[in-house]
Design a protein around this ligand. Structure first.
Ligand SMILES: [Zn+2]
Length: 344
């Protein structure tokens, strides 16, 4: 029995001594881990209903782009009733959000109520015709933004919720959803580089066929665009035009021309914008129609720079060595990683 006892005790002792020896290392690793987690920017992506079928995939793409910088901890919150998730349904579980139920129409989720206050920035991947959020959620979001929150609006996220006045102020300019001159002027840049606010009546939101198009930087000093080439070719995408909205405290950072007809009349559409809403910062990109656009290096870089600026007021990213030129777009094929780690 004694031998048995010894056999029992010795490993226990060695195990305990190993734990004791390792404890300082384990504690310090734990501390580093906690420190890193504490220093990460907490980002929330909200989605679930979008007329763009890419949405389940583009949420995962944006999540991974952010995580690969090593700067972010990203959570996805999804409404319960999904719309248009079929084409990319295999991507749904990869967001790490709740499962949701696909419906034929966008149906409001009465329980959708993220705690926005936990996040430094909220990215909207909702789109046209998304059902409205509960009134209490809208009020919480308005307060979060007015108190210094941050919002990133991607492509059709500027189509959502035309009936929500404070949201229209946050996005500055919107498209479709029966928006019209009642919602604000058209805003574009003319051939002289002047910002035009045109109140004439007319529909809101247009775009020509998907195409590669040149992006022109209009503000070379803003942290988001500082250092980017003045002209660069974006990957195949839609170029939104004829957006309108309150456009208060809105700065146009970059423009592009949609169709040749609009080019002839010298109409340059805002495609990258920032908006001040109370103490909150908004980065608004109209880019991001489908996978091609989300794989464009120009999209990825401006999305990352815009999100960091919205979250922190600064941009610490260096300009990548490989960036599209004025003549040639540059794409980065998306490769999903089971668990996104910071890029080496
Ligand atoms: Zn689109």
């Amino acid at each position: 029995m004694l031998g048995g006892f010894d056999v029992f005790v010795v490993p226990m002792n060695s195990c305990i001594s190993r734990i004791v020896r390792c404890l300082p290392v384990a504690v310090s690793l734990l501390c580093v881990g906690q420190l890193e987690a504490a220093e990460k920017i907490k980002a929330l992506i909200v989605d679930g209903q979008n007329n763009h079928q890419v949405w389940p995939k583009s949420t995962v793409m944006m999540k991974q782009y952010l995580e690969e910088t090593g700067q972010y901890e990203v959570i996805v919150e999804r409404v319960r009733f999904l719309w248009n998730s079929g084409r990319e349904k295999e991507w749904l579980p990869r967001a790490g959000a709740r499962r949701g139920e696909e419906k034929n129409d966008p149906i409001a989720d009465p329980d959708f109520s993220p705690d926005f206050s936990k996040y430094a920035v909220v990215v909207s991947n909702f789109g046209w015709n998304a059902a409205g959020w509960p009134e209490s959620t809208r009020k919480n979001f308005e307060k979060y933004m007015a108190d210094g929150g941050a919002l990133v609006v991607v492509h059709a996220a500027n189509n959502s919720w035309p009936e929500w006045p404070e949201f229209n102020k946050m996005i500055g300019l919107g498209g479709w959803g029966n928006r019209s001159d009642k919602d604000g002027p058209y805003v574009y840049i003319n051939d002289k580089g002047e910002v035009v606010r045109d109140p004439q009546p007319g529909p809101c939101g247009k775009h020509g066929p998907q195409n590669e198009f040149v992006v022109t930087i209009r503000d070379e000093e803003h942290p988001i665009t500082k250092g980017l080439p003045d002209f660069w070719m974006h990957s195949k995408d839609e170029c939104y035009s004829h957006l309108r909205g309150p456009a208060d405290n809105l700065t146009v950072l970059a423009t592009a021309c949609d169709t040749p007809e609009l080019q002839k009349v010298g109409r340059h559409e805002p495609i990258l914008m920032v908006i001040q809403y109370g103490k909150g910062r908004v980065f608004h990109t109209t880019l991001g129609h489908d996978t091609d656009a989300f794989e464009g290096v120009g999209f990825i870089e401006t999305f990352l720079r815009g999100t960091e600026w919205a979250a922190t007021g600064k941009v610490t990213r260096p300009i990548p060595k490989n960036f599209p030129t004025a003549e040639k777009p540059l794409a980065q094929k998306f490769e999903y990683k089971e668990k996104s780690q910071p890029a080496k």
